[in-house]
Unconditional design. Structure first.
Length: 92
């Protein structure tokens, strides 16, 4: 057996840069939006795409503010708050 019913599509998505995200028990999402060699514009684009995907995945029964704050960090670094007003309107 395999983990996915469509192995070819899973490989294609992985090569295209698809990233999975999952939240922990406190509702905090840990994922990757880039690598050290990405420029600031590419990281911002990836962060905005992540926020759009999270909002699309919002359960219909969820009430109130869905994304309260955004912080980014290196793997073992301190988090830095992101001003959501500076992001693309579709990501807010």
């Amino acid at each position: 057996g395999t983990v996915t019913p469509n192995v070819a599509e899973a490989v294609k998505n992985a090569k295209a840069g698809q990233v999975r995200y999952r939240n922990d028990k406190n509702g905090i999402i840990h994922t990757t939006i880039g690598k050290v060699d990405f420029d600031a514009d590419k990281l911002k684009e990836n962060l905005e795409a992540l926020l759009v995907a999270l909002k699309k995945a919002k359960p219909t029964q969820a009430k109130g503010v869905y994304i309260k704050k955004v912080s980014i960090s290196t793997t073992m670094g301190a988090g830095v708050a992101v001003d959501q007003a500076g992001l693309n309107a579709s990501a807010n």
